[in-house]
Ligand binder design. Structure first.
Ligand code: ATP
Ligand code: MG
Length: 134
């Protein structure tokens, strides 16, 4: 069984979409292993997105993800990392396929409603970052 980190980002939490998004995971065979609502600070956001630190959108990205509560989830299942990425859809919702979470709920490339680990290395790092103290 593989594990991956999902985040329901502040734009989706603010619009009361937690249940709708979790239902999509569960309906597609992903199991919620751990879950918590948390408001991260800017320092944590910069650590989480450190691989993007040289990108022009880095400051906006970190300010946004720390702007309000998010829901961090450890999803478990066969091929969980790729399955979650497929359910999420493309980073830019205007390019996301019909039926994906970002197509249904995302507002923009910044407020794109969900995050999902993109490899087993990032899954391990991100799960530790959010849940190691629990
Ligand atoms: P995430 O890491 O949030 O799951 P992702 O893996 O689909 O999304 P990344 O390339 O890791 O996309 O980018 C991280 C986040 O940075 C994206 O979710 C998006 O909000 C923002 N981002 C990425 N590319 C751009 C861009 N060209 N302009 C503005 N924001 C961007
Ligand atoms: Mg990413």
């Amino acid at each position: 069984m593989e594990k991956t980190l999902s985040l329901i980002k502040p734009d989706a939490v603010e619009r009361n979409l937690i249940g709708k998004i979790i239902t999509i995971f569960e309906s597609n065979g992903l199991v919620i292993n751990k879950m918590k609502k948390i408001h991260i600070d800017l320092k944590f956001a910069q650590k989480f997105y450190e691989m993007h630190s040289s990108r022009p959108f880095f400051n906006d990205l970190c300010n946004y993800i720390s702007s309000g509560p998010l829901v961090a989830i450890v999803l478990e299942g066969d091929n969980a990392i790729q399955k979650n990425r497929d359910l999420m859809g493309a980073t830019n919702p205007s390019e996301a396929k019909e039926g994906t979470i970002r197509k249904m709920f995302a507002i923009s490339i910044d407020k794109n409603s969900v995050h999902g680990s993109d490899s087993s290395e990032s899954a391990k790092r991100e799960i530790e970052l959010f849940f190691e103290q629990d």
